[in-house]
Write a protein that binds this ligand. Structure first.
Ligand code: FMN
Length: 350
């Protein structure tokens, strides 16, 4: 058993978090991770506030363990309303990214915890100053949305600068990785791609099978998939999009579908886009349109298994995903390997 500041703070058995992944983190996947001793996070970006409430209640039916929700603050009013629902429901963990949290005191008032997510050292320092309880630091290996620096470089730098527990994300899938993260200053790891490659994940089998054959070099990074720097499985369509110009038709179709999905009027949708522009100067207005285009192709991959038009966001750790275990099998395996690795490396001490 491995005890860290993360397991203590969040009241979970293992230092493993399910990364919030829009569309992929269903209540079933979240609960499977929680029931196996990890911290499951449900990504709410695709949900209206009402759907978010339903999903939270669904998760509570499936597990009595701590869990969290993840929201992209660049979604403006939708993000505000979603976080409000989560606060009303007293969700134990609120994980945010791409913006400045206004809700930390509210969450603390009912005993909840706030986790920021970033790919920048300066944002990690800011999150700690603002009062976050922990911070996810994402390296370039990640599916989405790392920056240039690798986990190996980012993690020790952030660990030297912040005192709150660090959850390291980007490139994790086994126990050696967990042991390395703990050695580099993390209190836990957050995994996206590896949990997407489990039996409980809803990812279409066409993509699961393609991913099983992929190597660590079979991903491609571009800002053209959804407007942010993201990594996807290398396929003819992702290579074409990465080489091409701005996907105008896709962006319009995707914008329309996103507006419908979130039940927004056009003024609300445009307002949301402007909020996004104001929220973070790193992510201007046109990111919104690309996000919409990305969402569309993403669901085509996940739900329909459309290998011609779909985009599957995936990290470099695909190269080590050689099977489709159940969530408890995966977590048990990672924990056993991490413990063995820590023991064997400690034995090197003369
Ligand atoms: C399909 C997909 C959707 C994602 N959606 C979100 C999201 O809604 N919010 C977020 O903060 N991160 C999102 N991410 C990023 C993950 O939370 C996580 O940081 C990343 O997957 C970690 O790297 P790994 O894939 O190497 O484990 C997404 C990742 C994937 C693969």
């Amino acid at each position: 058993m491995i005890k860290t500041r993360f397991t203590e703070l969040f009241g979970v058995k293992h230092p493993i978090m399910l990364a919030g992944m829009n569309w992929i983190t269903t209540p079933e996947l979240v609960a499977a991770v929680c029931n196996a001793g990890g911290l499951g996070i449900f990504a709410t970006a695709r949900c209206t506030p009402e759907e978010t409430r339903k999903m939270i209640q669904e998760i509570r039916k499936l597990t009595d363990r701590p869990f969290g929700i993840n929201q992209l603050l660049i979604l403006g009013q939708v993000a505000r309303d979603t976080i409000q629902v989560a606060v009303e429901e007293k969700v134990p963990v609120i994980n945010y990214t791409l913006g400045k949290p206004w809700f930390i005191d509210q969450v603390h008032s009912y005993g909840g915890k706030v986790i920021g997510t970033t790919a920048f050292v300066k944002h990690a320092i800011k999150a700690a100053e603002l009062g976050c309880d922990a911070i996810v630091v994402t390296g370039t290996e990640a599916a989405a949305h790392g920056e240039e620096a690798s986990t190996l470089v980012m993690l020790p730098i952030v660990a030297g600068k912040v005192k709150i527990p660090i959850i390291s994300a980007g490139g994790y899938g086994d126990g050696k990785g967990l042991a390395a993260a703990l050695a580099l200053g993390a209190s836990a790891i957050s995994m996206g791609t590896r949990f997407a490659m489990t039996k409980e994940s809803l990812v279409h089998d066409n993509f699961k099978q393609l991913c099983l054959k992929a190597s660590e070099n079979d991903t491609i990074v571009s800002t053209k998939f959804d407007g942010l720097r993201g990594r996807a499985l290398k396929t003819p369509v992702t290579e074409r999009i990465a080489r091409g110009g701005f996907p105008l038709v896709d962006a319009f179709r995707g914008a329309y579908e996103t507006k419908q999905l979130l039940n927004l009027s056009w003024p609300q949708f445009i307002g949301m886009s402007f909020t996004m522009m104001g929220a973070d100067s790193d992510h201007p207005f046109w990111v919104q349109a690309r996000q919409a285009a990305g969402y569309r192709r993403h669901t085509q991959a996940l739900y329909q298994g459309d290998m011609k038009e779909g985009i599957f966001f995936a990290g470099q750790i695909l190269g080590a995903c050689n099977d489709l275990p159940t969530v408890p099998e995966l977590i048990d395996r990672i924990m056993a390997e991490a413990e063995a690795t820590i023991k064997s490396t400690s034995a090197m001490l003369a």
